[in-house]
Design a protein around this ligand. Structure first.
Ligand SMILES: NC(=O)c1ccc[n+]([C@@H]2O[C@H](COP(=O)([O-])OP(=O)(O)OC[C@H]3O[C@@H](n4cnc5c(N)ncnc54)[C@H](O)[C@@H]3O)[C@@H](O)[C@H]2O)c1
Length: 370
């Protein structure tokens, strides 16, 4: 077996989750950790998180990624380049362009500073590509509440512009969200009625409906966690780990609320999978995550306290989480296509602990999306 940290291009790690969470090694995280090798696949630009490239055929060569400089985009774009795609990032660089500096000299990367609300510029950028991955958005309920008009304009209007710019042969994959579900009894499948609780959820759901009308693929991501070239600290696992490191204490209210999580590299990988499996995924929505990462807030905090020395949890009967989502999700549909996450919440916390202490206040502020 290859050991962690080795760098080679062999194909000893099968894709399709043979070594992933939910495989035969479901809870055997130590074994999994030994097998998760973040190898540099192409030109040293990035890793596919221990997976081999999955690009197939020549029908998709050029991919345009809106919002490609963001948390998810800055993880996905290098993966696409490593898999041989030509990539154009179309982004207003709301949080800067620094997240893409490490791949700036890649010959297959083009950057366009453009707004998805600018239909003319967007249509021009899209005309020459084979597929669009639409990530650009005002992300998270606090950012949307702070500027509701902009949230509607970007999340719904921007998605309309993307859809209207598309030509019949071009493929579209949309970053949707579990926030579309809201609070749901029982387990959400893709057929569960959408009942978003926030403007973020409703504006993303409207974007999803537009995408679905033109036969695009919507990936309803769980809440993402982990380290990326552009960091976000307003996401539950990242935020609480940051708090734990600073305050050594997390007070949890409504700790029984159920949420669902996914590492940023696994989230990015789902888009690669959708490019590859576009024909069978076309026109459908897919929950992206894994049942083993359906967790209550309290369970997440326990994992953080286990990893941060001296940190303790208290529970509080009073206090209200403004994010009222409480839901459990089935991931059977995407699993049938071979999707298996590879990074556990526990391992995500470990990597966060390596990075967070060294982020300065300016970096942290920029990572909060409000
Ligand atoms: N991170 C998560 O937990 C999560 C979960 C579910 C869904 N999503 C979805 O994934 C996508 C990416 O999220 P993220 O976490 O990377 O967020 P992010 O805020 O880090 O990235 C969003 C990117 O979009 C760009 N952008 C914003 N407005 C734009 C505009 N008008 N025109 C062009 N670009 C614009 C920003 O500059 C930024 O680079 C979003 O659509 C989000 O709704 C994220």
């Amino acid at each position: 077996m290859t050991t962690k940290g080795e760098s080679n291009n062999t194909s000893s790690i099968p894709i399709n989750g043979v070594n992933g969470i939910g495989s035969n090694h479901d809870n055997d995280y130590d074994d999994m950790e030994n097998q998760l090798i973040h190898r540099h696949v192409t030109n040293g630009y990035t890793s596919l998180n221990g997976r081999n490239g999955i690009r197939n055929g020549a029908d998709i060569d050029h991919v345009l990624v809106t919002g490609g400089a963001g948390y998810l985009g800055s993880t996905l774009v290098p993966m696409l380049l490593a898999d041989g795609y030509r990539v154009t990032v179309y982004d207003i660089f709301l949080w800067g362009v620094q997240s893409l500096c490490f791949i700036a000299n890649h010959p297959n990367l083009t950057l366009i500073c453009g707004d998805v609300c600018d239909q003319t510029r967007l249509a021009k950028a899209i005309q020459d590509c084979d597929a669009v991955i639409h990530l650009a958005a005002i992300v998270g309920y606090p950012a949307c509440e702070k500027n509701p008009e902009m949230a509607q304009r970007v999340n719904e209007g921007g998605s309309r512009n993307v859809v209207q710019s598309l030509r019949p042969h071009q493929k579209l994959i949309y970053a949707s969200t579990g926030s579309c579900y809201g609070a749901v009894d029982g387990t959400c499948t893709e057929d569960t009625a959408i009942s978003p609780l926030t403007l973020y959820g409703s504006s993303k759901a409207k974007g999803e409906a537009l995408v679905s009308d033109v036969g695009g693929v919507s990936l309803r991501l769980a809440t993402v966690f982990g380290v990326a070239p552009r960091m976000r600290l307003d996401l539950l696992v990242n935020d609480l780990t940051c708090k734990a490191l600073i305050e050594k204490h997390i007070d949890v209210y409504q700790g029984s609320f159920r949420r669902t999580f996914l590492h940023v590299k696994d989230a990015a990988y789902a888009f690669m999978l959708a490019l590859k499996n576009y024909k069978v995924m076309q026109g459908k929505a897919f929950n992206v995550g894994h049942e083993s990462m359906n967790m209550t807030k309290e369970e997440v905090v326990h994992q953080i306290c286990d990893a941060v020395p001296g940190c303790h949890m208290t529970t509080s009967a009073i206090g209200e989480d403004k994010d009222k989502r409480d839901y459990e999700v089935s991931y059977a549909r995407i699993r049938q296509l071979g999707f298996q996450p590879t990074v556990t919440v526990k391992d995500g916390i470990k990597e966060l602990i390596k990075i967070l202490p060294y982020m300065d206040e300016v970096e942290k502020k920029r990572a909060r999306n409000v």
